[in-house]
Design a protein around this ligand. Structure first.
Ligand code: BGC
Length: 649
């Protein structure tokens, strides 16, 4: 199945073709329910005497073995299946009859109204159906909290990872992730598809802002995000302020060759990583080793992309969902990953062969749970048939299910399957926003500051231009309320950069298109940048995306910087843009990345309330054709090198 790609269909669960498919596929053997739908608050303790797996005093290992021994093949295959909530919403008894192991909210798949309480009610409703299954195995509910609980209106929205990488502040990354975990778990989901520990080697990639940077050592340091989400040990997972984390997209997703995308409509996303074993280990694998061995990450999401070995004669590209060497031999056996692998959204359907082959290949390569948004029943049918035909061994199924059950026990779901809403009042609280605001301030990278143009003084008469000065959606980027994100100030609460500026400076003229008269101003502040995108939709060369500045942004710089003595330019974008010709026209230039909901943090550094300390997490190219450009390259000649950043204060 193809997934919705265009902006008009970016609420994935509503894609008509997908719904049709889901409806057509609903013919699978039903599994008997235990009784009526379990009410929130219902206790399993009465049964724990007869069913050791329900006894929380027993070690997790023993509980897993006990439960596994009671399960039928259908129940095991069900545990390995994850469906999109939209595909079960109208008939939730499927959760019971298919014995589903997990549900997810894809980007923009939200309850109505999109409030914390409605989220918790929604997840608890699904949970009650899972608990009505014969063995009362709770579901895991997963969401993409990639920069805060981004799907939820009112959540604290942090800078995307590229900005967090600019802070170089591993403790702050941990703290932001902890807040994200708290806000997410209070609304039901106990599992997040974050952090992305991708290493972005080419900023033409539409996901480069999901990366902490181009240097694997930096990305590796930022795996403190896993600790922030999960806690210090698996013992913390059952807490109401922690969630199971997922490192993604294993591995090499940011290191693909431009023009090799295997899906036709993208250019670099889902492409081919052409590399040697040695280089792959150094660049792409490194963060996973730390995430697993130091932070004990609970799940890993294999990438859509492929790996092709340059040190193996005749090596063909193999998609990560089918890469047995990298999933089983390297990740599980060599690195020692004992959590579970979750496939990416419908990723197995991009493998060669018919559906049965795709399922068999991936599960035999080591995939444990399958994200089958709208075709879960077909998946269950196919995997069951493969096992019955002996093409997938029962030992592989048992291994996969044990890994999934382990996470459920560690998360305390058997004891507390329903949402602990204690922290619901902290969602988007002043305390949480204060941390995000600090993160924004620390993420700002000052690249030029002639004549000490910055910091600004509150007494100066400011002329602010550019749409991105006053657009929350643009400053938050993709994965915010919807999958692709959206421009505008109405989708979620927060503070724009302009609002932040106005809290300090009293004399501010704002003219989005720089058409207002410029006379009588001391400093021009031009905010340039991008509008939101996500995944391959944002690849350079797709839908008009480019690293070059728009004509409007160039015109704004030209007009404001030629008319007002001092001129400061801020770039609100997910990636480096080509500013080589514009830079000489400015006095100061700041890379703001995608700061999220707290524009105040940008104002803090502009006015010197905090110093500029951010440093480039990627090399800044002189031209689009200079990509890919990375620190350590031969003949390295960027506009600004990796790690560059001026300080003030
Ligand atoms: C993305 C993943 C994401 C998943 C679920 C996929 O398209 O590649 O990063 O976790 O969707 O939303």
């Amino acid at each position: 199945m193809r997934r919705p790609r265009s902006r008009s269909t970016d609420v994935r669960q509503q894609h008509p073709a997908a719904l049709l498919l889901a409806a057509a596929a609903l013919v699978v053997t039903a599994i008997p329910a235990s009784s009526a739908v379990a009410e929130p608050g219902a206790s399993a303790t009465a049964l724990s005497g007869t069913r050791p797996y329900l006894d929380s005093r027993l070690p997790v290992k023993q509980r897993v073995v006990d439960l596994l021994g009671r399960m039928t093949l259908a129940e095991k295959v069900g545990q390995m299946t994850q469906a999109e909530r939209g595909s079960v919403e109208s008939d939730q008894t499927q959760i019971t009859s298919l014995a589903l192991g997990s549900l997810l909210s894809g980007g923009g798949s939200v309850p109505t109204p999109n409030t914390p309480e409605a989220w918790a009610d929604m997840v608890d409703g699904y949970q009650s159906h899972a608990l009505a299954s014969r063995l009362r195995i709770p579901i895991l509910y997963g969401v993409d909290s990639v920069h805060g609980h981004g799907n939820l209106v009112g959540a604290t929205i942090f800078p995307h990872n590229i900005g967090m990488g600019a802070t170089r502040d591993t403790a702050l990354v941990r703290e932001a992730a902890h807040i994200t975990a708290t806000e997410t778990r209070a609304t039901g989901p106990q599992w997040v598809f974050a952090p992305c520990v991708c290493v972005t080697r080419d900023e033409r990639w539409g996901r480069s802002y999901e990366s902490f940077g181009e240097d694997p050592r930096l990305v590796t340091r930022m795996t403190t995000a896993v600790e922030g989400l999960q806690g210090r040990s698996t013992k913390d997972l059952a807490r109401n302020d922690r969630v199971l984390a997922t490192v993604k997209h294993y591995a090499g997703d940011g290191d693909t060759t431009y023009g090799t995308s295997t899906t036709g409509d993208y250019i670099i996303d889902r492409g081919i990583t052409k590399t040697s074993h040695k280089r792959f280990a150094e660049i792409d694998l490194a963060p996973y080793v730390t995430a697993v061995q130091v932070h004990d990450v609970g799940s890993v999401m294999p990438s859509y992309s492929s790996v092709q070995w340059t040190d193996v004669p005749g090596s063909e590209p193999i998609r990560m969902s089918a890469h047995k060497e990298l999933l089983t031999d390297v990740l599980k056996q060599k690195i020692g990953f004992d959590g579970f692998l979750i496939s990416d959204w419908d990723a197995i359907t991009e493998l060669p062969g018919d559906f049965a082959t795709q399922v068999r290949t991936s599960v035999n390569a080591g995939m444990d749970m399958f994200m089958q948004p709208y075709n879960a029943p077909q998946f269950i049918q196919a995997l069951t048939a493969e096992v019955q035909a002996g093409r997938v061994k029962m030992s592989r199924i048992d291994d996969a299910v044990s890994r999934i059950l382990k996470a459920k026990f560690e998360l305390g779901l058997f004891e507390h399957p329903y949402t602990d809403r204690s922290h619901i009042d902290t969602i988007g609280s002043a305390a949480h926003r204060a941390v995000a605001r600090r993160a924004v301030a620390e993420s700002q990278v000052l690249l030029k500051n002639d004549g000490k143009a910055l910091p600004l003084k509150s007494s100066q008469r400011l002329y602010v231009a550019g749409v991105n000065a006053n657009d929350l959606g643009n400053q938050a980027g993709g994965w915010t309320v919807t999958w692709q994100g959206q421009s505008g100030n109405t989708a979620f609460p927060g503070t724009t950069i302009l609002q932040g500026i106005r809290k300090t400076a009293k004399n501010v003229t704002y003219s989005a298109d720089a058409s207002a008269p410029t006379a009588g101003h001391d400093v021009g502040v031009v905010v340039i940048g991008e509008t939101p995108y996500a995944e391959g939709v944002g690849d350079v060369g797709v839908g008009g995306h480019t690293l070059n500045l728009s004509a409007t942004d160039k015109a704004n710089i030209d007009r404001v910087c030629s008319a007002i003595r001092t001129c400061v330019v801020l770039d609100v974008a997910g990636r480096t843009q080509i500013v080589t010709d514009q830079l000489p026209k400015t006095d100061a230039f700041v890379m703001s990345w995608l700061p999220g909901s707290e524009g105040d943090g940008v104002a803090d550094v502009l006015f010197g309330k905090r110093p500029f300390t951010g440093r480039l997490p990627v090399s800044w190219p002189r031209s689009e054709t200079q990509e890919p450009i990375n620190v350590g390259d031969r003949n390295y000649n960027p506009l600004f090198p990796y790690g560059y950043g001026l300080t003030t204060g």
